[in-house]
Design a protein around this ligand. Sequence first.
Ligand SMILES: Nc1ncnc2c1ncn2[C@@H]1O[C@H](COP(=O)(O)OP(=O)(O)O)[C@@H](O)[C@H]1O
Ligand SMILES: [Mg+2]
Length: 381
Amino acid sequence: MNQNYPQKIGILGGGQLGRMLLQAAANYVVETYVLENDEHCPAAHLCHHFVKGNIRDFDTVYHFGKNLDAITIEIEDVNIDALDKLQSEGVRVYPHPSAIRTIKNKITQKQFYKEKEIPTAAFVITENKAALAQQAAFLPAVHKIGEGGYDGKGVQVIKSEGEFDKGFDAPSVLEKMVNMDKEIAVIVAVNDKKETAIYPSAQMIFDPYLNLLDYQLSPADLPQQVLWKAEAIALKVAKELNSPGLFAVELFIDKNGDVLVNETAPRVHNSGHHTIEANYCSQYDMLWRIMLQYPLGNTDPILPSAIVNLLGAEGHSGNAFYEGLDDILKLENAFVHLYGKVQTKPGRKMGHVTIMHRDKTELVYLSNKIKHTLKVVTKGS
Ligand SMILES: Nc1ncnc2c1ncn2[C@@H]1O[C@H](COP(=O)(O)OP(=O)(O)O)[C@@H](O)[C@H]1O
Ligand SMILES: [Mg+2]
């Protein structure tokens, strides 16, 4: 068991989630380490020690972690065997490698929900395209690649037999299409003592073209009974994963008011960006409290909020320029987060804006205004 003071804590991955986690670390006595291949990544300049290396490589992750007190992830695609070894040698791993292993592959993740009787859409497993073609009776459905998909790229809607060709020729989950009313996410925090704290639900609204989160409202506008169900299910997911850490549970509410788990992220999550300004304790602060073994924080909202994602505009690839930034910075209670990525490309997550307002209709109006004013383009265009 390592016992440094200040504690040495490492993050696998150096994207924007790592960057925002490090912003919160500045309030604590902690020495931070980041492992990431790209030395210009969003988190590279906010940590005490940047280590260039592959988070998927056993030796690299093991050597990065062996002198740390604790380690966490900002992406699931890491070398879990190395985390197992680190954990067996006394490094605290948040979340436990076993929880990352269950979640990392969408097949084992869905089997976990089924086994634990956690409500989720019915599914079959398809090993390849030929096996998928046998599933005409299961349509309409959504095909999800087991491993390697991210930001909507590993998901294909298959409505009829003629669309089988869109499916994946690799082990995947074929999931019944849900007659969707709303999508929400619930973040649950669990500490070493198994105490929990739960954030108010956030309601997600998607761009039908990019399949990426478009904007999000929090707290979600849903009947109290549905919210209770969602919270109970999210807590059950966290409990059954049997690990400390932060878990973002994405849920579907169907047209009957039934609540189904879509997927879980065992880490800080896009659906919790707003908690930086809009909740007393942000999801990032919460994860430090968990890792540093401090009491859990207060998840209450200060004001209702919305998140607008800043995605690279279509037709623009190159050095990023933020058109309309002045107008947004003038808005009352708008908080701009740019992730420090030099290069933009269509659909790339370049930043987000959180907006807070007492009135939810006003939030929707402001979200649309931000979306249409602030554009990530290339300079000189
Ligand atoms: N069974 C389903 N029925 C209807 N829509 C779905 C279903 N599964 C996924 N989707 C839609 O596709 C989106 C992306 O799927 P998800 O499994 O969350 O993949 P990702 O890993 O890309 O986030 C969901 O947020 C939802 O809008
Ligand atoms: Mg998702």
